[in-house]
Write a protein that binds this ligand. Sequence first.
Ligand code: NAD
Length: 488
Amino acid sequence: MLEGVQTKLLIGGAWVDGQAGATILVENPYDGSILAHVAEAREADVDLAVEAATAAFPAWRAMAAHDRGRLLLKLADRIEADTQNLARLEAMDTGHPIRDCLALDVPRTVLCFRYFGGMADKMEGSVVPVDAGFLNYVEREPIGVVGAIVPWNFPLMFTSWKLGPALAAGNTVVIKPSEITPLSTLRIGELAQEVGFPPGVLNIVTGYGHTAGQRIAEHPGIGKVAFTGSTNTGRRIVEASAGNLKKVQLELGGKGPNIVFPDADLAAAVGGAAFAIFHNQGQACIAGSRLMLHEDIAEAFLERFVALAKSVRLGDPLDPNTEMGPLTSRLHQQRVLDFVGVARDEGGEVLCGGDTLAGDAGCFVQPTIVRAQPHHRVAQEEVFGPFVTVLTFRDDEEALSIANGTAYGLGAGLWTRDITRAHRFARQVHAGMVWINCYKRVHPGSPFGGVGQSGYGREMGFEAMREYTQPKSVWVNVDAALPPFYRR
Ligand code: NAD
């Protein structure tokens, strides 16, 4: 058990047990040790959290935007000061290598809160040139209580992606982390309290999806639900939200094509393709999980790529030399390994990996490279692990048709030195984000989200601020002569 970590629910500014008194076991996926028993929030606890968020909303909304921003900026500073602690917590709870937590997860979380802290007083309304004699202005209002549901793959970062814009825009929030990885979100709650967020503005309910999550999605007092997770759960959220027709934002799965053209810088593309699929053990919605190689360079590329994959250092997430940790749960490890069997059954060729780590009890899966055909399940379904499906193509037309041949449309990568081809593809590929000669770049200013079954709505930047507000159009008769209708 970890000493001193927060395990209770944050409701109305107080840390409380769940009303049913139940707890959720949180395990370390590296060694199976118990990290914590956190309070389990059920429907009644969600209801209390929504009540608290509703009560806190009028004052939070009325607060000057720069004061809300200042609290977010203070939170960013406080998280930065807590970097070592948060990185360790995230590494133990998720299996992310500490190296990545220190270089990516925590700094990106800080950057996100800082960006939206600065954004709070930058969101402007507009004045619309309407009929003579009238003034029409449009204000952006907060929605009210936002329900946020986040998955287990980047729990700390996704907490900031939801809280940053929602709070900056003047909403109050009830957030539910994944039952598998709740610890870093709870720590953010503690730090938010330390820097002075008013009670009820941020509420944290740690609970299961089918109970607490479902209640958030259907709650009549919640004006918007922002969800990151699987496409199937996304569908359930949409159905549950229909009762009060709440606004829904969905960041769902992906099957990212990462396309290497024959004129690419191969060394850069090999490294980029490895980062695209092996970072965070491939547990990323934007992972480059379909590696598409032009047939002229496929063999040369694969020789280097397979050698690189075999050299990836798997091990204890807390060891600074570890490049890849265990998957985040035992169940998920099995799911990824099952896909190796699926690939073989369909006639795919496993070029490396495909197994656990010999002699290690952690939830490891070796970096796995599988050659398959575009219609195979492993080229269509999200595996969400260190598992990349290699496909080859003959020309640009075929590349585009394969790239656009899944139900998803989240991220896509292109490796080429030909700028015409790069921009043409960027325009034609079905994706919310395209990376040219790089992969998986994100920034709080740049819109993040997908098309098709990868969801709708966008996180980050001004787009996120629009998602977390609604326009109100106000008409003023300055000196217009009203039409003669109904005059007596
Ligand atoms: P999941 O859908 O199982 O769970 C996500 C969250 O939803 C968890 O907090 C879970 O408790 C909750 N949940 C589960 N059932 C629910 C229900 N019926 N009602 C309300 N909430 C419910 O997903 P996961 O396995 O935790 O995460 C992996 C998935 O997330 C992958 O498919 C991945 O692609 C996706 N993802 C998408 C993005 C993106 O931005 N597009 C980012 C990361 C992960």
